[in-house]
Design a protein around this ligand. Structure first.
Ligand code: NAD
Length: 498
């Protein structure tokens, strides 16, 4: 693949056309609100764009267009195969515009350009393609009834789906929701994160090029408190699908109760245990995974292996080896294809992570790596890879989601204690277990309360596998064929023959 070099990316970044307006009814439109807000490149601390801060009127207009498109039926009643073809075409267009989309993620999130290009964009395109290919393979059900009856169970699109997403993998998190919702025949109104509206606005533009009818895919940039809440509270939104923090996820449950009792699906936070037993069959792989699943994307990963549980007898050596990998992640300009550690998304998140690092020290954990910040050319919100050892599971850094490059290493005596610690958390998103003992592996997989457990690997992802949380990590799943269920109503039809 022919990718730009550092200078090439810098040139493309200087020429990047920023998307600033809501996308409603098939085109960019002026916002009803005169309010704007600024997006800031966290690597340079410079303003990148001035974006419309959509208000309730904008959200209402987007929902009206979405409803009209749904009722018209061009998309909602289109043959599944044809809808699938449009999504597959959109996947191709995402590939064709991958450099531009990757730059948008790099500049707004602070993530290294190569990670944005190779992970975010490729996986977003893959999700669109997969649902595009899957949707015409589904069948409805006929029930075994008496001979004079034909009874069926069918699934129908819900109507208007509200989509509210975070900033850590902006396009990818959106595609995990948009792709199954659109494949099922719904219209969508997407509220991107304040920091990262660009790539999702561009996707809506590409959807029109792919052949999606006007009004099916709408985007309202803006703040959570205005645009996000307006979507959550809207009486004509049938379903709201959210990825973000547990605190805000709970608000969407309230919004639903305060409005039309819309279905609410939540992908929320995690404080994920990665358990390494002394009989781990491949220590090199375990060390690499323990490090990379926290230091990749600056640790801004919901499934980050942020609680590293290591069997007492190997603790010191294992943690020291993870620290060696941590030292190879060095802050750099996210536009440089050599950079492997970018900037934290914004000042608020930067301060939050530093606050947790201070708390870890205050509560008596031993800092064995990092704990400090960095700048590139005197600017940027960079935090060095950080590891705390001798952490106990009651410390704040073991209980709360940090969402930064910080590992809390906790030791345990045996698998019983490891599972007890793993489950002693309000969250239950992902987990890992490293062992040669098949019984221990299966026990951990069975007993750990998490939506995904990886054995001798970590966060092994495939679009065909569901991704969702137990406990306060969420309700419902993204990815897999099962995600489509969230965006459809189940209908029973009973027909009595003469
Ligand atoms: P956030 O909860 O602050 O914001 C998420 C979205 O909700 C944004 O679009 C935001 O504008 C909106 N929002 C914020 N306050 C709102 C309100 N009062 N009413 C309505 N909408 C509101 O999350 P974030 O900081 O953008 O992202 C980080 C969080 O996302 C972490 O907790 C992380 O674990 C979670 N996350 C989870 C998954 C998953 O699949 N489980 C994936 C990625 C991120």
């Amino acid at each position: 693949m022919d990718l730009p070099d550092y200078n090439g990316w810098k040139k493309l970044a200087s020429e990047l056309e920023h998307k600033t307006k809501p996308f409603i009814g098939g085109d960019y439109v002026d916002s009803a609100s005169d309010n704007i807000y600024q997006t800031i490149n966290p690597a340079t601390e410079q303003v990148t764009a001035e974006i419309s801060a959509c208000n309730r009127d904008d959200v209402d207009m987007a929902v009206r267009y979405a409803r009209a498109a749904f009722n018209k039926g061009t998309w909602s009643r289109m043959a599944a195969r044809d809808r699938g073809a449009v999504l597959q075409k959109l996947a191709v267009l995402v590939h064709e515009n991958a450099d531009e989309l990757a730059l948008m993620e790099c500049i707004n999130v602070g993530k290294p350009i190569m990670e944005a290009r190779m992970a975010d964009i490729n996986l977003a395109s893959a999700a669109l393609k997969w649902y595009g290919e899957a949707i015409d393979k589904l069948t409805d059900e006929i029930i075994a009834t008496p001979d004079n009856v034909r009874a069926s169970i069918t699934r129908e699109p819900m109507g208007v789906v509200g989509v509210v997403v975070p900033w850590n993998f902006p396009l990818l998190m959106a595609c995990w929701k948009i792709a199954p919702a659109l494949a099922a025949g719904n219209s969508v109104v997407v509220k991107p994160s304040e920091q990262t509206p660009q790539s999702i606005l561009k996707l809506a533009e590409l959807a029109i090029k792919a052949g999606m009818p006007d009004g099916v895919f709408n985007v309202v940039p803006g703040t959570g408190i205005d645009a996000g809440a307006a979507l959550g509270l809207h009486n004509d939104v049938d379903c709201l699908t959210f990825t973000g923090s547990t605190t805000v996820g709970k608000k969407f449950l309230e919004y639903s109760g305060q409005s039309n009792m819309k279905s609410v699906w939540l992908e929320c936070g995690g404080k994920n245990p990665n358990i390494v037993m002394a009989d781990c069959p491949d220590m090199d792989k375990a060390v690499m995974n323990a490090a990379m699943n926290v230091f990749f994307n600056q640790g801004e990963i919901c499934a980050a292996a942020s609680r590293l549980l290591v069997e007492e007898s190997i603790r010191d050596e294992f943690v020291a080896r993870v620290a060696e990998i941590g030292k190879t992640r060095v802050p750099g300009d996210p536009l440089n294809p050599e950079t492997n550690l970018g900037a934290i998304v914004d000042k608020t998140q930067f301060d939050r992570i530093n606050g947790y690092i201070a708390k870890g020290k205050e509560e008596g954990a031993d800092l064995v790596l990092g704990g400090d910040t960095a700048t590139i050319n005197d600017s940027g919100y960079y935090i060095n890879p950080t590891i705390f050892q001798n952490v106990t599971n009651d410390m704040t850094i073991a209980r709360e989601e940090i969402f930064g490059p910080v590992i809390a290493a906790i030791s345990f005596k045996d698998i019983d204690e490891a599972i007890e610690i793993a489950n002693d958390s309000p969250y239950g998103l992902a987990a890992g277990i490293w062992t040669s003992n098949i019984n221990v592996a299966h026990r951990a997989a069975r007993d750990i309360q998490a939506g995904a457990v990886s054995i001798n690997s970590y966060n092994s992802i495939d679009i065909a596998l569901p991704f969702g949380g137990y406990k306060q990590s969420g309700i419902g799943v993204d990815k897999s064929i099962h995600a489509i269920e969230k965006y459809t109503n189940m209908k029973s039809t009973w027909l009595e023959l003469d």
